[in-house]
Design a protein around this ligand. Structure first.
Ligand SMILES: [Zn+2]
Length: 272
């Protein structure tokens, strides 16, 4: 017997069906859970996709208490609210660590990850002095499919999006373009500072013994480069514009430093 958590494909199909946001009028939260209404979970213990719907946690709990009939929920699956999703992250990422392919970047103030002038990821200070998440991803034809600006998630649901996962605590976000040709994924986790070897946190004025650690994975393709951020390295391919392919791994960059690849005064890569 499988557990209560639906299989990966069922969850993805339920997210797609509602355009990656809660379908209740006026909601559109991207933080989704999966409600079993026909049969209810305790009656059937089955993941029957026709009898399930993706809802945000507060509308899920209303659905559990019978706010909507089975018929209404069935209608909401296809005819619910379809406006652009609205989501807000609540992480303050000041004094955090970005892990991009085993390269660790200390984020005390701001950081930016750019390839040939395209900013893929950044932490920027907002008016309250908090460091917020900023990111963007294009599909392989160069159309923008998601932007995160100062922790605000802006996604216009369209057929170019293969999947958009945004778990309820906001600590995992993954966006994939059609056929998974490009993707961007963040996992944010509080990590014990003593586990992050090679970083002298005291020297940087970090007082807590835990730091938010942002684990970034990405695949970005455009007409000049490929950038793939894997588990253990960053792979950069500039061969389409007559330069090399290179791997970057195991660099530690302090709060005022950066890792750059420059050629004839042009910035190819910047992280820090
Ligand atoms: Zn909702």
């Amino acid at each position: 017997m499988n557990g209560r958590i639906p299989p990966v494909e069922v969850r993805r199909d339920l997210r797609r069906e509602v355009g990656f946001g809660c379908p209740i009028e006026g909601c559109r939260s991207p933080f989704l859970e999966y409600h079993h209404f026909n049969p209810p979970w305790h009656e059937g213990n089955v993941h029957n996709i026709e009898g399930m719907i993706a809802l945000c946690p507060s509308h899920h709990s209303m659905a559990d208490r019978g706010t909507w009939t089975k018929e209404e929920l069935r209608t909401l699956k296809t005819e619910g609210e379809k406006s652009p999703i609205k989501g807000k992250l609540h992480w303050n990422l000041k004094n955090s660590v970005l892990n991009a392919g085993k390269n660790l970047i200390i984020a005390k103030n701001q950081i930016s990850l750019r390839v040939l002038g395209n900013e893929i990821f950044a932490l920027k200070e907002n008016a309250k002095g908090q460091l917020t998440l900023n990111a963007q991803l294009w599909n392989s034809s160069g159309e923008l499919i998601i932007r995160i600006i100062d922790n605000d998630i802006l996604l216009a649901p369209n057929k170019e999006v293969n999947d958009f996962i945004c778990n309820v605590s906001g600590n995992k976000i993954r966006i994939e373009s059609r056929k998974n040709e490009t993707y961007l994924e963040f996992m944010i986790k509080r990590e014990k500072t003593k586990k992050l070897e090679g970083i002298s946190f005291k020297e940087y004025g970090f007082l807590e013994n835990e730091v938010p650690c942002i684990n970034l994975k990405a695949k970005v393709i455009n007409n000049a480069f490929d950038l793939v951020i894997q588990e253990k390295q960053i792979v950069l391919d500039f061969r389409r514009v007559g330069y090399d392919k290179t791997n970057i791994s195991k660099f530690v960059v302090g709060p005022s430093g950066s890792l750059n690849i420059m050629f004839e005064n042009q910035e190819f890569f910047h992280m820090g």
